[in-house]
Structure formats: structure tokens, C-alpha cells
Ligand binder design. Structure first.
Ligand SMILES: [Zn+2]
Length: 79
């Protein structure tokens, strides 16, 4: 079993009002013995859903839908 930590930055764009913001998530990718990869996301030290699958609300108009795209991914040196 292989466990890999990464830090991923996501760009959120509200399709209603055009507001854009970024959030950084900590991702733990676990590869099990069958070669399947399981991803566990944390945000502000709290477990959370995959950002692209979660129901995101715009902080400005408190509405949506919100488009989510990953802008960067880095593997921290402290790993
Ligand atoms: Zn909005």
C-alpha cells in the first residue's frame, strides 16, 4: 500500500455572478494492493469531499452553480 500526500489548489468560478476564488486542499492518495487509488481530501484540517464533487456555494451570491478546476498540485517536501 502506497500513501502519497499532495497539496492541490483549486479555482472556483461562480457561473451566476462570475466571482472567483481559490482554495488549497491537502490530498492523501492511497494505492491499495489491487492498484486502486483512493483519494482523501482535507480542507482547514477537516476531512471533506472531493472539491469537484462537493456542492459548492458562491461566497458572494450564496448561489451557484460553481465551476471547479484544479490549478496546481505539489508534493510537499516534508513528506
Ligand atoms: Zn456567485
Amino acid at each position: 500500500m502506497v500513501i502519497e500526500w499532495a497539496s492541490e489548489s483549486y479555482l472556483f468560478t461562480c457561473k451566476l455572478c462570475g466571482e472567483q476564488w481559490r482554495e488549497v486542499y491537502q490530498v492523501r492518495n492511497v494505492t491499495d494492493l489491487d492498484g486502486d487509488v483512493w483519494s482523501f481530501y482535507r480542507h482547514d484540517d477537516q476531512p471533506c469531499e472531493t472539491p469537484t464533487a462537493a456542492e459548492n456555494l458562491c461566497p458572494r451570491c450564496h448561489c451557484g452553480p460553481v465551476r471547479v478546476s484544479r490549478v496546481s498540485r505539489s508534493v510537499p517536501a516534508w513528506r
